[in-house]
Design a protein around this ligand. Structure first.
Ligand SMILES: *Cc1c(COP(=O)(O)O)cnc(C)c1O
Length: 404
């Protein structure tokens, strides 16, 4: 399976970790040395065949890669227009793409001799993916989570605890993800000697956005080879939803410098004009969040705004700096899907194909189906099905019951 993957790192940020004008390292002075050590460890590991041998062994036998590329024939027919192909990240262990990254960072933590990992989590999904690999590697694991989020995502809190992680409630601010981010960074300042901070998306200070992209690049590399093998050509369009941007960068990276159009789908929540959404690229402006310069949603006083999306995983007030740069350079096309459109796509895929998608992925589906309907039957739209929807059935049930 290793033959599928390309270990050359292309599209490097500059020495300061900038992608265009975005990215960089905005962190406490005390973190500059730990970030440099992390960067050195990452590049050393990336040059070491033993690191990749262990990584690919786990990706194959623990995560379940390569994930299939599936031609959704009935969905394509019902939708009229282009053929829809799904990259099945929902079939990975723990049910979403996030584990590609936590395996990579967990291995790096092990190489660096760290006995403890920390993470922050909003919906709990990155916390669960981190607690999973901490259990597998036998490491201590502390996860920071806003107290408000803990109440909303109680099953994921219990999952993390079952996996042996300690979930630390954060009370400051609005007691949500942005407050948990600050607490995790504060912990790392004091503990970096023995602790590895596992960041869950293509954000954070350099080298995190680059590292996380490289760990997820397997998605697009597989999908590219599979498309050539199964469809005989590359797709016309590749579509992914964007929270922080990790599943999108994972899919897109292999298709850069090809003719494939890259479409990023943000969460429009109740509508882009209502202010209740999570569309950082469409509606945000440049500012500093989570240690990097990027697009974010803030009010006139520079306070991070409360975001809204039906899908907890897209409910992030920023976006990875590389996607911000690709957006400004015109390398991606930007669109969005609302809560209602995502729910409709969720139901359509479930009924047509017997696949229950995550609500995050349902945003990519909604936009992908919309595009496919304007295209010819011989054209191909590839959609990243970033996760499975079992975690979302109560949310969907409550909404459908209200409609009745
Ligand atoms: C977390 C999550 C996302 C959003 O995160 P990205 O970093 O934007 O990929 C999307 N889909 C699923 C299933 C998730 O769990």
């Amino acid at each position: 399976m290793k033959e599928l993957y390309d270990l050359m790192i292309t599209h490097m940020p500059d020495a300061g970790g900038h992608f265009g004008r975005f990215g960089g390292k905005f962190a406490a002075e005390t973190l500059m040395q730990p970030l440099q050590s992390l960067q050195d460890a990452f590049f050393t590991a990336w040059q070491d065949p033993a690191f990749h041998a262990e990584r690919f062994d786990l990706l194959e036998h623990y995560v379940g890669r390569a994930t299939p590329l599936y031609h959704a024939k009935r969905l394509s027919e019902e939708n009229h227009g282009a053929q829809i192909w799904l990259k099945r990240e929902d079939l990975t262990h723990t049910g979403a793409h996030k584990i590609n990254n936590t395996i990579g960072q967990g291995l790096l933590a092990k190489r660096m001799g760290k006995k403890r990992v920390i993470a922050e989590t909003g919906a709990g999904q990155h916390g669960v993916a981190t607690a999973t690999v901490a259990a597998m590697f036998g490491m201590d694991c502390d996860v920071y989570m806003g107290r408000e989020d803990m109440a909303r995502q109680a099953p994921n809190v219990f999952r993390m605890q079952l996996l042996g992680a300690n979930v630390i409630p954060v009370d400051g601010g609005t007691a949500t993800l942005k407050d948990a981010l600050n607490e995790a960074l504060r912990d790392w300042v004091a503990s970096c000697e023995n602790t590895f901070y596992i960041i869950g998306t293509v954000a954070g200070p350099h080298p995190y956005p680059l590292m996380v992209r490289q760990f997820h690049a397997v998605i697009g590399q597989e999908a590219k080879a599979q498309s050539l093998m199964q469809a005989g050509r590359l797709p016309d369009i590749a579509v992914a939803c964007v929270g922080g941007g990790s599943n999108a960068m994972g899919l897109f990276h292999a298709f850069r410098d090809t003719s494939v159009r890259l479409v990023a789908v943000e969460a429009a929540g109740h509508g882009l004009e209502t202010g209740q959404h999570a569309a950082s690229l469409a509606k945000g402006r440049a500012g500093i969040l989570h240690g990097n310069l990027t697009y974010l949603l803030e009010n006139d006083e520079g306070q991070i705004k409360a975001t809204h999306s039906i899908s907890a995983g897209l409910d992030y007030p920023g976006v990875g700096p590389e996607l911000a740069s690709m957006h400004e350079a015109g390398d991606i096309e930007l669109t969005s899907a609302s809560d209602d459109q995502a729910i409709a796509a969720f139901q359509t895929l479930t009924r047509c194909e017997g696949i229950i998608p995550a609500l995050e992925s349902s945003h990519a589906l909604a936009a992908g189906m919309r595009l496919a309907a304007t295209m010819k039957p011989e054209e191909i739209v590839m959609i990243n099905l970033s996760g499975r929807g079992d975690k979302d059935i109560n949310t969907v049930m409550n909404i459908l019951e209200k409609e009745d």
